[in-house]
Design a protein around this ligand. Sequence first.
Ligand SMILES: *Cc1c(COP(=O)(O)O)cnc(C)c1O
Length: 903
Amino acid sequence: MAPSFSNTNDVIREESRASQLVPRLTRRLSGFLPREIKSIDATIPLRSRNLWKKNNIQKFEEEEGFEKKFVTHVETSLARSMYNCDELAAYEATSMAVRDNLLIDWSATQQRITTRDPKRVYYLSLEFLMGKALDNALINMSSDKQEFSSTGDNTSRGYVKHALDDLGFNLEDVLQKEPDAALGNGGLGRLAACFLDSMATKSIPAWGYGLRYEYGIFAQKIINGYQVETPDYWLNFGNPWEIERNEIQVPITFYGYVDRNNGDTTTLSPSQWVGGERVLAVAYDFPVPGFKTTSVNNLRLWRAKPTTEFDFAKFNNGDYKNSVDEQQKAESITAVLYPNDNFTKGKELRLKQQYFWCAASLSDIVRRFKKSRRPWREFSDQVAIQLNDTHPTLAIVELQRILVDLEKLDWHEAWSIITQTFAYTNHTVMLEALEKWPIDLFGSLLPRHLEIIYDINWFFLKDVQKKFPKDVDLLRNVSIIEEASPERQVRMANLAIVGSHTVNGVAELHSQLIKTTIFRDFVRVFGEKKFTNVTNGITPRRWLRQANPELAKLIGEAIHDPEQNFLLNMSKLNGLTKMADDPDFQTKWDSVKESNKHRLADLIKDLNGGVEVINREHIRHTLFDIQVKRMHEYKRQQLNIFGVIHRYLNMKDMLKNGKSIEEVAKRYPRKVSIFGGKSAPGYYMAKLVIKLINSVADVVNNDEELQDLLKVFFIPDYNVSKAEIIIPASDLSEHISTAGTEASGTSNMKFVMNGGLIIGTVDGANVEITREIGEDNIFLFGNLSENVENLRFKHQYNETELPPSITRVLNAVEKFTSEYKNEFKPLTDSIKYHGDYYLVSDDFDSYIAAHDLVDDLYHHNKHEWIKKSIISVANMGFFSSDRCIDEYADTIWNVEPLKPESS
Ligand SMILES: *Cc1c(COP(=O)(O)O)cnc(C)c1O
């Protein structure tokens, strides 16, 4: 008997039989149960019910259970045997076995949420930079038997490793077979992934919504020193971590027109959008396991596919190919991730992606809400939607459309629901990153939405005008529509602010800056309270336990927490403070670092065609100086490489002046400068910096006079799994953005949590890191953000003469290339003649001075260095993303955890 469901205008079929039944129970409990259904079980005959229960699959909790599952999957799911089970098959079988466990918990978690019907969080992000899933699942996967296996690992990872050993496989090699889920560019996408981990760990009823890109961020190859982009074929061998839900399909409409032929309707009353193009959004679900809990949340990613409607008109005209082509076009919507970080370009396909994703997600969210048969006014008591940057801002407009056009709510009633539901996270103050859409493009793709935006803007501006009569400048600045030439544009940030109850920045300095710069006028309109801060964080499960198991183990032993519960309560790291001076502990601490440096040196050797770059003999005393992040002028990799050139020139000068290599080594002790990061394919300057780094590496690494005292290496294709190897190996990492440009940074947190020190500017979360670990434990340099405007102004009017130190470097730059004459001229000219927008010259001497302090401490007072490292880690608890999620839950979402009964 088919239950009749609430009348949504879409054609979604129901998720599963079980989830159909639970809402009935809810309805019964709240008095809404339809009369004809007496109980949740009533629709299933007793005999069937007992059979279902009897055959329920069980989770495995130890080696034997895993082995059985593994072999079953090899022989049935993969149709192989022990004679042709290679490492890839072993990876797939292991993943499917682990996934089975997760799905049991996932199902229980989702049933619990459906039955109890608490307020839910929806985290909308166009990017989820998840990395690999298996290792993380093995660590997070709950097990009632938390015994210590013979491998010394008390997570499920321990016994699975052992079982695989017995079956003839090495876990580390098996893990290598998994491709990264690289559905993001950098920090913003990785933040979303860390938040998912923390929300699951804290049992927050939360779903992530994003897009399932056929190709994630491109793979970066370095050929002759240049970045070359190649497609990321991450789905080539299938993906055991996704569950394709062909039963969940949402039709999405584009183009067309608004039909208002019964003359009395206005844009404010229910209107009919007659769409042109139609595609389907198909759901793909990814289980997100929490750590030491049975809570498993869901990440739902949408994929575009053609409707089954076929253009018979074209077909009958003999245009068979075109009628198929049209269909193929649909799939292009979720084909690729746009590879720009902190930069936008008004491409129609991107806007299409955004609407496709927002419309599918909201249809899902609204359908779920309607199942509980609550009145609309309770919507914001049940639903919190977080917008990760302005990319999902269309969700605001789409919900207004659903409420007014389809659900026939009064405009103002609908708008009040919206402004109690949405909250917006801003990620940048840089103007080139603020999204704007030309009116014509927008109106042709989404004609009804443009009308709704005009009306939202009209009511908003009317309110502003009432409060600030005659302030035309204010009206112009806060308007959602920019009256710009050559064309008017929709300002997505303005729309996001107007439609949200809370706007947050991602570090204190950044949150302060948005209030005084880009959103200044909105603070006048809405008041200070709407604008808050939630400093970013990272999940210690992936970034400490998974990336650096040796350090996690050492910490666990040192603070008498061998089960590593500190990973759930990072303030426990404080216990390390009292060991900071202990010479034995320092030695152990340094040994972990040395071992991680070898691991990175292995990777570098591998990437260098098997040829060793780093002198292993001296590795313990070689300073690993690392800058890995997206390539961007504001992040200033150019400052770093200029510093390397400066060092190299000085070393060569010393030798030329008759100094011995020992004397040089005393002044410039052993160091490897490691770089890594992708540039947007169209970002000329960033690509030129990559080339310069590789050109410098060529010269420096092959200069035998230096006897390995200085090495430079660019690690190609920086991604999450490379980060997990790179970050634990750093002695020093560089977070050297022009002050006021880096919203937060999160890799700064990852590095310090792994015992590296920072050289950095007073920017983003470097400020809070300094506050937490103490200013003696960080190498700060450079101009402050409040002086940036002045300095830029001076450059513009050529009032500044460049310091001789940077001039010398700029003049030497061309010596590092054999390719073209003046290859790096655009780079040096931008500093010499084009205003030095990122203030490289202004910060150069102070940067070099900070490096001198680094050298001195690392090589002449290693004990002090290690002490700083230990004290820093001891004070990094604040940067756990668990803390972020607590703050969002308490101050923005107003949601409570829904814990499994047993915990
Ligand atoms: C953490 C992370 C980032 C962010 O790095 P920032 O230095 O904060 O910009 C980028 N990419 C990857 C792969 C990361 O893991």
